[in-house]
Design a protein around this ligand. Structure first.
Ligand SMILES: [Zn+2]
Length: 362
C-alpha cells in the first residue's frame, strides 16, 4: 500500500495544523487551545493545555497522556473518528487537492521568502489583492527598467560558476541591482511608499526589500513582460538565499514554453536549477519552491509530457509526488524524474539538485 502512505504524507504536508484545529472548532490562541477532554482538567482547562507545533505539524496536551499526535490524530480525537474517517473528513473539508493553494502565499511576512516552509496554509478563496494588478505590473516593469544587465555585474561570474551563461541570462532578461540607493529613491519618487509596500517591493522600514538580494529573475509572460520575480543573493552567507516578491505567483517561471503545442517539459525547482536546464538546451519551466505549485497551473501544461525533477531530498520527493498527482488529475502526462527516467542517461544522487548535477558550484 505504498501509494496510500504517500498520499497521507502529502495531505499532512499540505495542511496547517493550526487551521485544521480552528476548523475543528478549537480556539487557538498563541499556539494553544483547550483540551478536547476538558472535563479531565481542572476548571475545564480554562488555561489551555494543548500546544501546537505548526512547523512540526503536531499537537500535545500537557496533562492527558493520550492527547498528542499529528493533524489526522487531532481530527480523530476532536471528531471521534477513526483514522480513515479522519482522512475523509480532512479531504472533504479541505478539498484535496483542488482547493489547495500551496503557493508561498502565506499569512505571515517571514514566510514570503520562497524557501521551503512547513507552514503551508490551505487557502479556500483567493484573498482580494490589495493593489490593482495593472498597477502592480506597471511598478514591476518600471523597477526592471531601472536595473542593470547582468553583463559586467558581480552576478555574471556567479552565474557562470553555476553554468548559466550569457545567452541564457540575456534571453531570460535577468537583471542586477547595481545602485541600490538610486533604485530605492527613483521608485519612491515615482510611486510613493504606500503603493510600493502594497505591491510587495518595499518593507515596513520604507525601503526596497532587495538590499542583499540583488540578482533578479523575472517571471516573464508570453509578451515578455515581467509579472513577478524572485530575487537572489549572490553572497554566500545570506539567509534566505532567495526572496520572492510578496503576493500571488501568477504562473511558473519560463511560462512562455507552455504554449499548448506537443512537447517535453522539465519542471524544476527554483530559478537557478531551471536556468541551468535552459542553458543546456532543455525545455525547462520552474516553480519557486516544492510546495508552490498551484492546481490551476496544471492546465497550462496541456499537451506536454512533463518530467517533474525537483530536488533529490525528502522534501523535494514529497513535493514532486504532489505536483505529479495534480498534473495527472488535470489529464497531463507526467512522470517523476528518477523513477525510471533519467536525463541524458544520468541519475541524480541523494541530496543533489539540477545545478550541482550539471557541475555547478555553490
Ligand atoms: Zn488534556
Amino acid at each position: 500500500m505504498a501509494n496510500v502512505r504517500v498520499d497521507i504524507d502529502a495531505l499532512k504536508n499540505a495542511l496547517s495544523i493550526t487551521l485544521v484545529a480552528e476548523r475543528l472548532g478549537h480556539q487557538v490562541v498563541r499556539g494553544k487551545f483547550r483540551c478536547p477532554y476538558a472535563m479531565r482538567h481542572a476548571h475545564g482547562d480554562r488555561t489551555p493545555s494543548v500546544s501546537i507545533s505548526e512547523s512540526r505539524g503536531i499537537f500535545n496536551c500537557w496533562v492527558c497522556p493520550d492527547v498528542h499526535g499529528d493533524v489526522i490524530k487531532l481530527v480523530e480525537i476532536s471528531k471521534n473518528l477513526d483514522f480513515k474517517g479522519a482522512v475523509n473528513w480532512l479531504q472533504n473539508e479541505f478539498g484535496m487537492p483542488q482547493s489547495f493553494d500551496l503557493a508561498a502565499q502565506s499569512v505571515t511576512p517571514d514566510l514570503q521568502n520562497g524557501e521551503a516552509s512547513p507552514l503551508i496554509k490551505v487557502v479556500h478563496k483567493t484573498p482580494e489583492p490589495e493593489i490593482d494588478p495593472i498597477l502592480r505590473t506597471k511598478i514591476i516593469l518600471a523597477f526592471f527598467e531601472m536595473l542593470s544587465p547582468v553583463e559586467g555585474s558581480p552576478a555574471a561570474p556567479w552565474l557562470v560558476k553555476r553554468r548559466i551563461f550569457k545567452k541564457t541570462w540575456e534571453k531570460m532578461r535577468l537583471r542586477f541591482i547595481t545602485d541600490y540607493d538610486k533604485v530605492n529613491r527613483e521608485l519612491l519618487n515615482r510611486f510613493g511608499l504606500e503603493v510600493l509596500q502594497k505591491a510587495g517591493l518595499f518593507n515596513d522600514n520604507g525601503n526596497l526589500r532587495y538590499y542583499k538580494h540583488r540578482l533578479l529573475f523575472p517571471y516573464l509572460d508570453s509578451k515578455v513582460i515581467p509579472r513577478f520575480f524572485q530575487a537572489r543573493s549572490i553572497e554566500p552567507d545570506t539567509q534566505p538565499k532567495e526572496l520572492n516578491l510578496r503576493g500571488q505567483v501568477p504562473f511558473p517561471f519560463h511560462v512562455s514554453l507552455l504554449n499548448g503545442e506537443p512537447g517535453w517539459i522539465y519542471l524544476c525547482e527554483g530559478c537557478v536549477d531551471t536556468l541551468t536546464m535552459i542553458d543546456r538546451g532543455f525545455p525547462a519551466v520552474g516553480i519557486p519552491g516544492v510546495k508552490s505549485f498551484k492546481f490551476e497551473w496544471a492546465n497550462l501544461f496541456k499537451n506536454k509530457r512533463v518530467i517533474v525533477c525537483l530536488d533529490q531530498d525528502e522534501a523535494g520527493r514529497a513535493g514532486a509526488r504532489l505536483v505529479l498527482e495534480m498534473l495527472q488529475k488535470a489529464g497531463v502526462e507526467a512522470s517523476l524524474y528518477g523513477e525510471g527516467i533519467t536525463v541524458e542517461g544520468f541519475q541524480m544522487s541523494e541530496g543533489q539538485d539540477i545545478n550541482s548535477w550539471f557541475g555547478g558550484k555553490k
